[in-house]
Write a protein that binds this ligand. Structure first.
Ligand SMILES: [Zn+2]
Length: 448
């Protein structure tokens, strides 16, 4: 083991843990307070990280084993993106904090125009950040894409989006623009039952009424799931399964991996794929029936396109495709932030036809990723759909779904997933599919 690599791995992991805690604090505890202090701490952490990476990258005598090479490759990309522009990185962070604050106001008022100035500064920063000669790709968008998605080629992804654009049916369910779901009781009891079935052992599960669902990874021994329980039972179970899917991945990664930075999910998109695979349990009639009988409730999906989370899987993809198209236009300077709303309306109309009536700005504001500074997230939602389909297909041979109402099923399920999750970042997902199961990942998704 290379000592220098081991040392930098420890330090980078420690710095990212601090960042996770600051983000947790800023999202849930001291929300808009002390932002200036937080920005300063984040900037300081980034500066430390950049200097450490610089030292190791410039050391030409370094000898690496296979595991270290994977980590070193990530450091190199980090180095190209961040080291030349600490000022820009600091400005980008500050802009994201401002944007987050404005987003809350815009969302409460359902008024996208309140965000335009901040969002515009953010996009300009972002373009400057990724528009670097050293990065691979023809356009700014492609360069940034290649930084985020080193495991999938830009061309493969383009083909996927193109085939989706062509094949997604115009509308797929009865479309409502307002959520009619009523919060129902028993979610607390359902949670206990889900934890029993899965034999969940986690230190903290916290609840925030009226919040988005999320998983926060503070450290290897501190994983926090936030669930909104002010929803109907169906949505509640679905959210639990999804977020628990993320938690399970983090918990299943083997401690035998030497570098801490590699003890993380293989990729964001595969992480999401695992989480969505868990959601698919709810499509199983036996699983649904089990909860319905046990709690005397009806578990019916109520699809509602006022949000990506509540729409059905096809409409979900459409909302992601629309955002991906707009991101590409924005980063390649084909449109400005001030034209986003018109472009959004046009894309939504093209994808949904006349069935989805846009009344206000709720739909565009519903999803916080853009306004939390996370571009390139919808790409991972699209890719995760593919991984989910592949995992599910394989699971039909490996798991006995007739036992889905029995606890043993969940132990088998956890082992099934562990086969994919245990390697963390050290093993390519395509290799796992081919080496362990002799099959290739099928990237073709079409609804024709
Ligand atoms: Zn997720």
């Amino acid at each position: 083991m290379n000592n220098k690599i081991k040392e930098i791995d420890n330090e980078i992991f420690f710095l990212s843990e601090i960042k996770n805690i600051i983000n947790w604090d800023s999202d849930f505890v001291s929300t808009n307070k002390n932002n200036k202090d937080k920005i300063e701490i984040i900037n300081y952490i980034n500066k430390q990280r950049n200097e450490k990476i610089k030292r190791i990258i410039e050391d030409s005598n370094i000898i690496l084993n296979a595991e270290e090479k994977i980590f070193f490759n990530e450091l190199q990309i980090d180095y190209i993106v961040n080291n030349n522009s600490p000022e820009l990185e600091a400005k980008l962070n500050e802009t994201i904090f401002n944007l987050k604050n404005k987003y809350t106001i815009a969302r409460n008022n359902k008024d996208f125009s309140l965000l335009l100035n901040e969002f515009s500064i953010f996009i300009d920063c972002y373009i400057a950040f990724f528009n670097k000669k050293e990065l691979i790709g023809q356009t700014t968008y492609e360069k940034a894409f290649n930084c985020f998605y080193q495991k999938v080629s830009y061309k493969t992804f383009k083909d996927i989006v193109y085939s989706l654009k062509e094949s997604l049916p115009e509308y797929s369910s009865s479309i409502k623009t307002y959520c009619e779901t009523k919060p129902t009781e028993k979610n607390e009891l359902i949670l206990i039952e889900l934890q029993r079935l899965f034999n969940v052992e986690m230190d903290v599960i916290s609840f925030h009424k009226d919040d988005n669902n999320s998983l926060d990874f503070l450290s290897k021994s501190d994983i926090r799931i936030t669930l909104n329980y002010n929803v109907n039972n169906y949505m509640f179970i679905k959210s639990f399964l999804h977020e628990y899917g993320h938690a399970l991945y983090l918990l299943n990664i083997s401690d035998d991996i030497h570098l801490k930075c590699l003890q993380l999910p293989f990729s964001k998109e595969f992480d999401e794929g695992n989480a969505k695979f868990m959601e698919k349990l709810l499509e199983n009639q036996k699983f649904k029936k089990y909860f319905e009988i046990k709690f005397g409730i009806g578990l019916n999906p109520i699809y509602d396109n006022s949000s990506r989370i509540t729409s059905n899987s096809i409409d979900y993809l459409k909302l992601c495709v629309a955002r991906v198209i707009i991101e590409e236009d924005l980063l390649n300077n084909r449109i400005t932030v001030f034209q986003v709303k018109d472009k959004w309306k046009k894309e939504i109309k093209r994808l949904f036809g006349d069935k989805l009536i846009i009344v206000d700005d709720s739909l565009i504001l519903d999803d916080p990723h853009w306004f939390f500074g996370q571009l390139f997230y919808y790409q991972s939602y699209i890719l995760s759909y593919i991984y989910t389909q592949n995992l599910y297909k394989l699971s039909l041979n490996k798991l006995d779904y007739t036992k889905i109402d029995k606890q043993e099923f969940y132990e088998d399920l956890k082992s099934f997933l562990r086969n994919f999750q245990m390697y963390g970042k050290t093993k390519n997902i395509e290799d796992i599919f081919s080496e362990k199961y002799g099959i290739k990942i099928d990237y073709s998704i079409t609804f024709k």
